[in-house]
Ligand binder design. Structure first.
Ligand code: FMN
Length: 217
């Protein structure tokens, strides 16, 4: 019975979020190889940051995980791009148990809450390009990530979203980010199926490599 309830919950999430579209386009993807190379050289001179939020504990269909799906992808992106990393940690940690966590996340989304984070980054100004990674929660960016976006100044910066998810893809979250960071340039993001970060890392690497290559890294 419990299993059926969980399956229903997941199906509901996926249905809730279907139909949302990508809003920003990565202009580098259709450029010729020479241009891509110069973008790559430029980005080598610039400071890059990977910011992410990720949860450990009970994960749907995976049991207990000690490193979150998004954290795994975030670390790989940072390694490939030579970026620094910053983890958004909620002031009040989410429950390890999956279902109670989904309930809290649902309440937060319904009330459009801005849960506090444990600590803010103190040197965001020195980064030009910021990858932002998060799990899809109820078809949206987790509210604590919204707290982080609104608490910082992204004016003039390039933001590159990536998410992990259980089937809904980016679910229009690029739009949420560009609405929260009006004067930032938000590029098209990458969506990775969360469990593949734990079970099929070579496939994750392949997808991340292709995406980074398209972006000029
Ligand atoms: C509170 C909560 C809500 C979720 N909502 C969705 C959803 O709407 N669509 C979806 O595809 N996956 C959903 N998932 C699955 C997560 O997006 C997925 O497992 C993700 O990889 C978790 O990343 P993490 O380990 O970095 O936290 C949800 C998971 C949780 C815990």
């Amino acid at each position: 019975m419990k299993y059926v309830k969980k399956l229903f919950l997941l199906l509901l999430m996926i249905l809730t979020v279907s139909g949302c579209g990508v809003v920003s386009q990565d202009k580098t993807s259709s450029e010729p190889a020479e241009v891509k190379a110069s973008v790559a050289n430029q980005s080598a001179d610039k400071k890059i940051l990977v910011v992410y939020f990720s949860r450990t504990g009970e994960e749907y269909g995976l049991g207990n995980i000690t490193k979150g799906n998004t954290a795994i992808v975030a670390e790989y992106i940072a390694k490939k791009t030579g970026a620094d990393m910053f983890e958004i940690k909620p002031a009040t940690p989410y429950p390890d148990a999956y279902e109670p966590c989904t309930e809290i996340a649902k309440q937060e989304l319904e009330s459009n809450a801005r849960p506090a984070f444990a600590a803010n980054i103190d040197n965001l100004a020195q980064y030009d390009t910021i990858f932002i990674g998060y799990p899809i929660w109820w078809g949206a960016v987790p509210r604590v990530v919204m707290t982080f976006l609104e608490a910082n100044d992204f004016n003039g910066k390039t933001i590159i979203p990536f998410c992990t998810h259980g089937g809904s893809g980016l679910a229009g979250t690029e739009r949420e980010i560009s609405d929260a960071c009006l004067n930032a340039k938000v590029l098209s993001g990458l969506a990775i199926v969360g469990k593949s970060a734990q079970n099929d890392f070579p496939d994750v690497q392949k997808n991340v490599d292709a995406w980074l290559n398209q972006l000029g890294y």
